[in-house]
Design a protein around this ligand. Structure first.
Ligand SMILES: C[S@@+](CC[C@H](N)C(=O)[O-])C[C@H]1O[C@@H](n2cnc3c(N)ncnc32)[C@H](O)[C@@H]1O
Length: 342
C-alpha cells in the first residue's frame, strides 16, 4: 500500500494519485474553520472517542488535526499534540497542548520519539494520505505497546486532494482499505470496526432538505501489539440507539387493528400505491411507517448496505392480505408525496 517493496496486494498504477498534486503546505495555508460533518455525526465521533480511550491521563497525538479534536471533556489527557498543516486552525484548537506543522505526504516519518503516545487519532483525514502504509507503520513506532490507534472517516471529502483509490472505492470497501493498512504494517492487534449510519439528519443542517441521512461514521481501530494481556476496550455503542423495544412480535400480530408500527408505535400513514407500467397492485393504498426516527428504518441502512444495496426500507402493512413487508426506499424523503391525508 503506497510502497512498492512490501505491498500486500497489487494496486493499479496511480492508486495514490490526486487530481490536485500541488504542494499540500501551500494548499492548507488557507484557514478553513468548517465543520466537516453534520452535528449528529460529530456527536457520534465524540462519544466513540470517549468510549475507546480508557487510559488515565493519556498522551494523545491528533494526526492531521485542525481546530477540533473531537475529544469529549471526560478524557483528561496529559498532553494532546496536534499535527497538521494550518497553524491558525491548530491554534484555535482548545484541546491541544502542542501544535506541530508537518506534511505527512512529503515526509511520512512522524517527528516524535518511539513510544511517546498512548493514543493516536486520525479523524476524517486518512483519505488525504498518499503514503498511508508508511504513516501507519510509523504510528506503530510512536505508540506505546497496547496504545490505541483510532482512524475515523465518513463519506464526505474534498475530492481534488483525496487519493484515487479512495474516490473509486465504495463506502464498505474503504473500511477494508483501512483494515488492510492496519494489518499490512504488522504493528497492531487485529483491527476492529465501528459503523453508524442512517440516523436522521439534524433539521438545522444545510443539507437537511436533500432527504439524505446524517453523515455516516466509520471507524477502524486497534491496539499496538505488546499491551497488557487480557485488557480489552469496551465495545463502542452507537450514540443514539435506544434499547430495542420489547413486544415487537406481539405488536406485529396486531397491526391490522392498531394500524401502528410495531417497531416505533407511530401511527401508520396511508400511502397511495404508485401505478406504473411495471407494477400492478390490487391495492389503492398500503399502510406505511414514515417515522424517520423508527429503529426499523434506521437499521435498514446497514442491512441494505450489507446486501450491496443502497437506501433503507420502511415498515409496510398490506391491509387486504393482512401481511407485512419492507418497502425499499432510496432516501429519507422518498415516497412521502404519496401519503394520503385521512
Ligand atoms: C478534513 S480535515 C480534518 C481535520 C480534523 N482531523 C477534523 O477532524 O476536523 C483534513 C486535515 O488534514 C490535514 N492535512 C491534509 N494534508 C495533510 C498532509 N499532507 N500532512 C498533514 N496534514 C494534512 C489538513 O490540515 C486538514 O486539517
Amino acid at each position: 500500500l503506497g510502497k512498492s517493496d512490501d505491498r500486500p496486494w497489487d494496486l493499479a498504477p496511480g492508486a495514490f494519485d490526486r487530481e490536485d498534486e500541488s504542494d499540500d503546505c501551500a494548499f492548507y495555508k488557507t484557514d478553513r474553520f468548517v465543520d466537516h460533518l453534520d452535528s449528529t455525526a460529530l456527536k457520534q465521533i465524540e462519544e466513540l472517542i470517549g468510549s475507546l480511550i480508557i487510559e488515565e491521563s493519556p498522551a494523545i497525538l491528533d494526526l492531521m488535526a485542525s481546530w477540533d479534536s473531537h475529544l469529549p471533556s471526560s478524557v483528561k489527557a496529559s498532553d494532546v499534540v496536534g499535527l497538521g498543516l494550518n497553524e491558525n486552525e491548530l491554534k484555535k484548537n482548545g484541546a491541544l497542548t502542542r501544535c506541530v506543522i508537518h506534511d505527512l505526504n512529503a515526509d511520512p516519518k512522524l517527528p516524535f520519539p518511539d513510544e511517546a503516545f498512548d493514543v493516536v487519532l486520525c479523524t476524517v483525514s486518512v483519505d488525504y494520505m498518499t503514503r498511508p502504509a508508511d504513516v501507519f507503520r510509523d504510528v506503530g513506532r510512536v505508540l506505546k505497546p497496547g496504545g490505541l490507534y483510532l482512524v475515523i472517516f465518513s463519506n464526505r471529502y474534498f475530492p481534488p486532494k483525496v487519493v484515487r483509490m479512495w474516490r473509486e472505492a465504495g463506502e464498505d470497501e474503504r473500511v477494508i482499505i483501512v483494515e488492510e493498512l492496519f494489518r499490512a504494517c504488522g504493528a497492531f492487534e487485529a483491527p476492529l470496526t465501528f459503523v453508524s449510519r442512517g440516523r436522521p439528519r439534524p433539521e438545522n443542517d444545510k443539507y437537511s432538505g436533500l432527504g439524505i441521512p446524517s453523515d455516516p461514521v466509520y471507524a477502524v481501530y486497534a491496539d499496538k501489539l505488546g499491551g497488557e494481556s487480557g485488557r480489552r476496550r469496551p465495545v463502542p455503542m452507537r450514540a443514539f440507539d435506544e434499547p430495542a423495544a420489547g413486544g415487537t412480535e406481539e405488536r406485529k400480530k396486531n397491526v391490522g387493528t392498531t394500524l401502528r408500527c410495531p417497531y416505533c408505535e407511530a401511527k401508520l400513514d396511508k400511502w397511495a400505491v404508485p401505478q406504473t407500467p411495471f407494477t400492478e397492485w390490487p391495492n389503492d393504498f398500503f399502510y406505511v411507517c414514515f417515522n424517520d426516527k423508527c429503529e426499523y428504518f434506521i437499521r435498514g441502512w446497514d442491512s441494505m448496505s450489507a446486501q450491496g444495496n443502497t437506501g433503507s426500507y420502511r415498515f409496510m402493512y398490506n391491509h387486504l392480505k393482512g401481511t407485512i413487508h419492507p418497502l425499499p426506499v432510496p432516501s429519507y424523503g422518498a415516497f412521502k408525496d404519496g401519503i394520503i391525508d385521512d
